[in-house]
Design a protein around this ligand. Structure first.
Ligand SMILES: [Zn+2]
Length: 369
């Protein structure tokens, strides 16, 4: 199955190749409950990858250990092999090696994807949203295996959401779901089967499938968050409406000063008890904030104060510092909340993915050397 998205980023300018290469290495998105890490980017843009984002997802490419292969097998989906053998992404094996509590465990990619999807999103989510999440998670995994940004564990992937993607084992899911285990795991499996063997590609290569919990009104571009452009990680509307996450965080100035100092020891404050957002990105997120006379990047503030996102307003109320955040997570790529909203409105998984990763295609994995 091949699907070409309608929107195009058009960002392949000189220098974008480097950015793309860099992007290949990182794919973990920070996630708390729903923010995926872009591990490949972390070494370059450490600030960008703080967590605090979403509660449901995370992903990043990892290192690949030589693993036994299932030679010559092809994906079993009905839509496989629609075109020539080139219409797909070749992968040596249908198995992945996952570092679980420090031990390498081999399992089928599809089975791994089930447990990541269950770790990244609530089972109550719409099937199409779960399916979109499964495709993003599978893509993230394949990128870990084939890309230059490897998992810190030395395995293909690990279960640390700060490095790769969230993962819930059968034991954890049984404890979580109790009597509903069979019903719930079948719902997750069915959603994963909807995208069986499918990965997102851009110009034939698996993409950096960043995702996060909630965007508020718009997603953020890779450029504004990670400082380099990725053609399919551009800012798009996120139709989350009332589902959008966010919240208010309050601090005394003394508390905020101490927390910011931990991230920014060189900062000097004038004691004026003032805060002003000095700049905003194209998606409306804060970029630089003047805090008591010191210019602090919004990313540093988010990390220091554990704010849900940089899409915030900052005010002083009754002598306290008040941040009102919209969204949860870094905001790049697919919003899990937005995916849920789109699915509830009738979108299928391919429409959700086309919206959040414009210009990409869905292609089948072809297994074997
Ligand atoms: Zn990892």
């Amino acid at each position: 199955m091949k699907r070409r998205n309608e929107k195009r980023g058009g960002l392949f300018a000189p220098g974008a190749l480097c950015a793309l290469l860099a992007a290949l290495m990182i794919l973990c998105s920070a996630k708390k409950e729903r923010e995926t890490p872009l591990p490949e980017l972390l070494p370059l843009v450490p600030e960008a990858w703080m967590n605090g984002g979403s509660a449901r997802s995370a992903s990043a490419p990892a290192d690949s250990l030589p693993s036994p292969e299932a030679p010559g097998e092809t994906p079993g989906g009905a839509e496989a092999a629609e075109g020539s053998p080139e219409d797909g992404v070749r992968l040596g094996s249908r198995f992945v090696t996952v570092s679980i509590e420090g031990k390498p465990v081999r399992m089928e990619l599809e089975d791994y994807t089930v447990h990541v999807t269950a770790g990244e999103m609530p089972v109550s989510a719409e099937p199409a949203a779960l399916a979109a999440q499964a495709a993003a998670a599978r893509t993230f995994t394949v990128r870990r295996i084939t890309g230059s940004a490897k998992c810190r564990s030395g395995c293909d992937v690990c279960t640390d959401a700060g490095c790769c993607q969230a993962y819930k084992s059968d034991e954890e899911l049984r404890a979580l779901w109790g009597e509903k285990y069979e019903e719930n795991i079948e719902k997750i499996r069915a959603a994963v089967r909807m995208t069986e063997g499918l990965v997102l590609t851009y110009q034939g290569e698996p993409i950096s499938a960043a995702y996060h919990s909630s965007s508020g009104e718009r997603t953020a571009s890779a450029l504004e968050v990670f400082s380099f452009a990725v053609p399919y990680l551009i800012s798009v509307e996120s139709p989350e409406g009332a589902l959008a996450e966010g919240g208010v965080a309050r601090f005394t100035f003394a508390e905020a000063e101490a927390l910011i100092k931990q991230e920014m020891p060189e900062a000097e404050f004038d004691g004026s008890h003032s805060v002003t957002v000095l700049g905003r990105s194209e998606s409306g997120r804060a970029t630089v904030v003047s805090f008591e006379g010191a210019d602090v990047s919004a990313g540093t503030l988010r990390r220091a104060l554990k704010l849900k996102s940089t899409a915030f307003t900052a005010e002083v109320e009754d002598g306290e510092l008040v941040f009102t955040c919209t969204g949860y997570g870094h905001g790049v790529g697919m919003s899990q909340t937005g995916a849920e909203a789109m699915a509830a409105a009738g979108a299928d998984f391919s429409e959700i993915l086309a919206h959040y990763y414009p210009g990409t295609e869905l292609e089948k994995l072809i297994f074997g050397e």
